[in-house]
Design a protein around this ligand. Structure first.
Ligand SMILES: [Zn+2]
Length: 375
């Protein structure tokens, strides 16, 4: 069933923020199983909130149906929206990120009777994860908090696997901050150094400090905060003219051991120490989150052990995810999904065996959580 659902969803061309009928498809599936559906619309974005309410804790499955653009279609081996089955793989945009994960969870759900569950089961499915992420999960979570909905556990079907399904699960993600700096100087003739203020010379000691800085040490689950310079430009193109200004872009991926504010403070301190004249802008595009592993993480680890026979690694690697929004509810979060190897690339694809194993694991999670909540 998971293979069919993956193909059905991939054939809907839901380039962010369009859901292209994916949400209706999921709604119909859940309505048949007794779930109460609600579409929450913000701006142009539709989001599905669906729940099967029981006594006991609430597990939410979080996902997105929107996909990134295909890039040049003629470079794909198969039409990116065909869901082509080549015997081993289902091919297409969104197979890995993350229609496959949604399909597996739906299929796992069809193996049980939701009325037999000792816990409530909810779905938050957005179509604004790959875009600006302003009218998606963040807004749904705000609404649910307003309604005083208590979410205990959250399973995110984002790709997390490195080699074999379930070998890596995420319990947090780093934050991300984009910084644009303009160093101001005074243009002039290269032959008269006393009359120019060269922003290239000005930026060098600042960059030395910036690149030597140890922002933090990370922690057990997080690598240390890291910085990359991504763009630098200055100069008018002539050998004998010094530039008026220099533009620099850089990005930090940061652990919860430091805040965006602290990063900003340190950078401004370096600029002050070097007496640099500047304009700067900080765009905090993702706060980090960290979910302390407890009962639900244990349930997920045991389920993977049962299906795959190995111990899974807990990590906080990768880019950003909507986990950062649902973290605001204080729930315990685990991200578990297929391989991330081909996501966002030309020829994105997912192995059929991978879909089957992931469904087995999700099914086992439902069974194990049911046992844990059977009081
Ligand atoms: Zn994704």
């Amino acid at each position: 069933m998971e293979i069919q659902i993956t193909q059905d969803l991939v054939r809907k061309e839901s380039i962010t923020p369009n859901d292209a009928g994916c949400l209706q498809y999921i709604e119909d599936f859940l309505a048949e199983r007794g779930f109460k559906n609600e579409i929450l619309t913000y701006g142009r974005v539709k989001n599905l909130w669906s729940i099967n309410r029981k006594s006991g804790p609430l597990l939410v499955f979080l996902g997105h149906v929107d996909v990134v653009p295909t890039g040049p279609v003629d470079q794909w081996d198969h039409d990116p929206f065909s869901g082509h089955d080549d015997g081993t793989y289902i091919n297409g945009r969104g197979t890995g990120d993350m229609k496959g994960g949604i399909a597996c969870f739906m299929s796992a759900l069809s193996r049980i009777n939701p009325d037999d569950l000792n816990f409530s089961l909810g779905f938050i499915i957005t179509s604004d994860e790959e875009g600006p992420s302003r009218d998606g999960t963040v807004k749904v979570v705000e609404e649910l908090l307003k309604r005083e909905e208590v979410i205990d556990y959250c399973l995110i079907g984002e790709p997390s696997t490195i080699e074999t399904v379930g070998d890596n699960i995420r319990i947090g993600r780093r934050g991300s901050i984009n910084i644009e700096l303009e160093v101001l100087g005074k243009q002039g003739h290269a032959a008269y150094p006393a009359r120019v203020d060269n922003p290239i010379h000005r930026v060098v000691p600042f960059l030395d400090k910036l690149l030597a800085e140890v922002w933090d040490e990370g922690n057990e689950h997080f690598p240390p905060t890291s910085l990359q310079l991504t763009n630098i430009s200055a100069g008018v193109g002539a050998h004998n003219v010094t530039p008026n200004n220099l533009n620099l872009k850089f990005n930090l991926r940061f652990s919860p051991q430091i805040t965006g504010q602290e990063i900003q403070t340190r950078i401004e301190k370096f600029l002050g120490e070097e007496n640099v004249k500047y304009n700067i802008s900080f765009d905090l595009n993702a706060e980090p989150f960290y979910s302390n592993p407890k009962l639900f993480t244990d349930v997920v680890q045991k389920s993977i052990q049962k299906v795959q026979g190995f111990n899974t690694a807990l990590s906080c690697s990768g880019g950003t995810s909507d986990g950062r929004f649902i973290a605001k509810t204080g729930c315990e979060i685990v991200e578990l999904g297929p391989k991330f190897e081909t996501i966002h690339k030309i020829n994105e694809r997912i192995e059929k065996g991978e879909l089957e194993r992931l469904t087995d694991i999700y099914h086992q999670i439902l069974l194990n959580l049911n046992e844990e909540t059977n009081i």
